[in-house]
Design a protein around this ligand. Structure first.
Ligand SMILES: Cc1cc2nc3c(=O)[nH]c(=O)nc-3n(C[C@H](O)[C@H](O)[C@H](O)COP(=O)(O)OP(=O)(O)OC[C@H]3O[C@@H](n4cnc5c(N)ncnc54)[C@H](O)[C@@H]3O)c2cc1C
Length: 376
């Protein structure tokens, strides 16, 4: 029996995988799209009900399919799910659902994709499984015996769940500020923000203008100028963040983004709440005692709930074990239109950027499709 070798297999039917499949179609290349879940947009369905994009709708659609009229400037979760469903349908992308890829291995000049339904083989693999697939939390000493509730930001739930409770948010990155932006709308007790260093942060809007709409301009600037611009806007709008208790950040926002993959946080009221004393900035979390969170400066805080806004991992270290294409945190060593360290292996939407994942996924999809088409 002759084995079938497909041209391209896309793993994951999120925004990035869908954009990749569509871009390939435009080059006349048929790709199989394998998705572990039973339907489109499961990661978005799992996120909390109040979540809306931090990126503007004009920077959050895939090539050629804008959001329909009436969708707010920062699309809410339901609009994102509806968008992805509509995109799949309009672009005629046939997704193979309930097909989980467990492992990818190399066989001579092709890839073997070990799925929950058997082995598939292809010349090219595009990995689109999401850069924020696995919630990650440090192994804090004493955490297991903490008597308060310790959750990851991925389990945020509803702001109402925090009413009457003191809350400590650990981490001043994107998801930390996202949690704070929602918490300040609820009748919580004291809110603490445990931060290692000052955030790279921009407001979601200035007046009625969505700041993220300028991200393409900032992205095109040389890195030192981008760093300067973000620092300037931050300083003009928020003042000196060190006066609010944040330790200084040693690197500019764009350098942190490009070199360390730390996204720029979006402020939607949290900084004003810090200034008003509703949120208190404290040192980073060092560990736990049964009744206290122990901070790096030795101080102790009592909190009913601790939200670890400590980021996500890709989980790719398991799927790609032995290929030497991801680092110890599961981050691909290369991304976008660069072959992923091995011929025919591509990663998409694995790095945060100032333009946001949706926009970047569309651009990366086009570039990868062009490279695959060029290699035929
Ligand atoms: C709280 C939060 C807020 C965010 N807000 C924004 C925002 O405002 N703007 C923005 O641009 N981005 C935002 N993001 C980033 C967001 O993840 C991306 O926008 C986008 O959803 C990523 O698309 P993706 O296709 O890369 O990954 P995902 O949407 O995660 O899709 C990956 C797909 O792959 C599937 N999959 C995973 N593993 C396997 C496997 N082994 N086999 C088969 N299928 C698999 C998954 O089920 C999923 O359907 C946010 C992320 C979070 C966590």
């Amino acid at each position: 029996m002759t084995e079938t070798i497909e041209e391209v297999i896309v793993i994951g039917a999120g925004a990035a995988g869908l954009a990749a499949a569509d871009a390939l179609t435009r080059h006349g290349i048929k790709a199989s799209v394998l998705e572990k879940e039973a339907h489109i947009a499961e990661p978005w369905r799992q996120r909390h009900e109040r979540l809306a994009l931090n990126t503007h709708r004009d920077m959050s659609y895939l090539p050629g399919v804008p959001y329909p009229k009436g969708v707010p400037a920062f699309p809410p979760k339901a609009a994102v799910i509806a968008y992805l469903e509509r995109y799949t349908e309009e672009r005629g992308i046939a997704v193979e659902f309930n097909t989980e890829v467990e492992r990818v291995t190399r066989e001579d000049d092709r890839w073997a994709v070990h799925t929950s339904k058997g082995i598939r083989r292809a010349r090219h693999i595009i990995i689109a499984t999401g850069h924020d697939k696995v919630p990650w939390m440090p192994d804090w000493p004493g955490a297991a015996k903490y008597e308060g509730r310790l959750i990851h930001a991925a389990q945020f739930g509803s702001p109402k769940d925090y009413e009457g409770k003191s809350v400590l948010v650990a981490g001043a990155g994107n998801s930390g500020f996202d949690a704070l932006n929602y918490l300040i709308g609820a009748k919580t007790g004291m809110i603490y923000l445990a931060a290692r260093a000052g955030p790279s942060i921009l407001p979601k809007r200035i007046g009625k203008i969505a700041v993220q709409r300028f991200s393409r301009i900032t992205d095109a600037l040389p890195i030192p100028i981008g760093n300067f611009m973000v620092a300037l806007v931050q300083r003009l709008l928020f003042g000196d963040l060190r006066k609010l208790g944040f330790a200084p950040v040693k690197k500019g926002a764009i350098s942190r983004l490009k070199e360390d993959h730390v996204a720029i946080s979006a402020d939607d009221g949290a900084i004003a709440a810090i200034k008003a004393g509703r949120i208190k900035v404290v040192a980073s979390v060092a560990g736990f005692e049964p009744q206290h969170v122990v901070l790096a400066d030795g101080a102790k805080v009592k909190a009913d709930v601790v939200i670890a806004a400590t980021g996500y991992r890709t989980g790719l270290d398991t799927m790609l074990d032995g290929l030497d294409v991801v680092d110890s945190k599961g981050k691909p060593k290369v991304s976008g239109a660069e072959p992923g360290g091995q011929p025919g292996l591509w990663f998409i939407s694995m790095q945060p950027g100032i333009v946001g994942h949706f926009y970047a996924a569309g651009q990366e999809a086009k570039a990868i499709a062009a490279r695959i088409a060029g290699s035929r």
